[in-house]
Design a protein around this ligand. Structure first.
Ligand code: NAD
Length: 371
């Protein structure tokens, strides 16, 4: 498929930028999907893609996802993402990330980057040497550090909203919650759930991580093969994508699926199957937006308290999704998409009417530029 065919297949992206610097080995693609609500924010992924087509497909898909996540979360951000092509173990260097920073700088704040798979704080520090349009820089430089405690806190809020909706209670005390994956997000979530008095089941392919949560919080260890189908009130996927698929969906023994992992539904049809089975699904990009809320606060001048405060909004965002799903008689992931699209449409029309003048956003961007 040709480059332009691929771009038009994956949506109405505003801009796709190809970055090439032979001297430092940089081959990168920045995709800006939609900036109606604000600058396009999304991390930079570094991956040894098999082909340039695979890299382009990934960045187009991921940047569109960021538009929906920001919009459904009530943030004044658009959707964007970047990929750097190549083996991180071989290619990473100060020069490569500084060259990449130059490309970002040329976009004048239309795209703001952050860490993602295989990129970290040090890499973002190099980008920051060339441009202010980067988040996830070290705390000492005004950054927000590790986003996962905020993501996990948002997930907790989303679980509470789901429990309220499905089980008609705001308390997690005595409910059984099965957490799949005990990495950055999962381990923070277990701590929060323990504080709420939930009974916790845990699984990870890394047995050391399981042992730690059992010892610290009295969680019950479950094998990584059976966690998806274990009896529980809430199944919280915090590891891989596509965990709700043809094989697993009929075997679930939970009332709610609500966790931090990205792309939990293998295909959109699995959201419909969950609805038919009477299992409430908390759409992934709404429940796991706490990390994005955290970097948004970084743009305004970072405060951890304010970031935690913002993640509480996941509760209301989720309730809005459940309400609309009932009103329209559609599955929750369809309702989430509608909320995102409606907000982009409404705010877009408002901005057009007032000739794009948004003093609040302008101030925020000026603050970033002056860092
Ligand atoms: P992580 O790599 O720190 O943790 C993932 C954990 O899952 C690891 O401990 C790994 O061993 C475990 N795992 C892998 N395969 C498994 C399996 N089959 N069964 C059980 N456990 C398995 O990643 P993370 O930062 O905690 O992110 C977890 C998920 O949340 C990902 O899908 C990520 O995209 C999503 N997410 C993370 C953030 C964030 O702030 N870190 C924000 C939004 C979404």
């Amino acid at each position: 498929m040709s480059t332009f065919e691929l771009i038009s297949k994956h949506g109405d992206h505003e801009e796709v930028i190809f970055c090439h610097d032979k001297a430092v080995g940089l081959k990168a693609i920045i995709a800006i999907h939609n900036t109606t609500l604000g600058p396009a924010l999304g991390g930079t992924r570094m991956w040894n893609y098999k082909s340039e087509e695979e890299a382009l497909t990934d960045v187009l898909r991921l940047s569109k996802g960021m538009t929906y996540k920001a919009a459904a979360s009530g943030l004044n951000l658009g959707g964007g993402k970047a990929v750097i092509i190549g083996d991180p173990k071989v290619l990473k260097s100060e020069a490569l990330f500084r060259a990449f920073g130059q490309y970002i700088n040329a976009l004048n704040g239309k795209y703001i980057t952050a860490e993602d798979v295989n990129t970290g704080v040090t890499d973002m520090e190099y980008v920051f040497m060339e441009t202010p349009w980067v988040t996830g820089i070290p705390k000492g430089l005004g950054g927000s550090g590790d986003p996962s405690p905020y993501t996990a806190h948002g997930v907790l809020m989303g679980i509470k909203a789901s429990v309220q909706e499905k089980l008609n209670t705001d308390s997690l005390k005595g409910l059984t919650i099965a957490v799949q994956g005990l990495g950055n997000v999962g381990s923070n979530l277990v701590k929060y759930l323990h504080d709420e008095g939930a009974k916790i089941k845990v699984a990870d392919i890394d047995q050391q991580r399981v042992k730690k949560q059992v010892e610290l919080f009295g969680a019950e260890a479950v094998s990584s093969e059976s966690i998806v189908t274990t009896q529980c009130d809430v199944f919280a996927p915090c590891a891989l994508g596509a965990v709700i698929n043809d094989l697993t969906v009929g075997q679930l023994k939970c009332k709610i699926v609500a966790g931090g992992a990205n792309n939990q539904l293998a295909e959109a049809k699995h959201g419909e199957v969950l609805r038919e089975l009477g299992i409430l699904y908390a759409p992934d990009y709404v429940i796991n937006a706490g990390g994005l809320m955290n970097v948004f606060v970084e743009l305004e001048g970072y405060s951890s308290d304010r970031a935690f405060e913002k993640t509480r909004r996941v509760y209301d965002n989720m309730m809005k999704v459940f309400k609309l799903a009932k009103e329209l008689n559609v599955s929750t992931h369809v309702a989430a998409d509608r909320i995102a699209e409606e907000r982009i449409h409404t705010i877009g029309a408002l901005k057009q009417k007032h000739q794009g003048k948004s003093s609040r956003l302008f101030t925020t961007l000026k603050e970033v530029e002056n860092r």
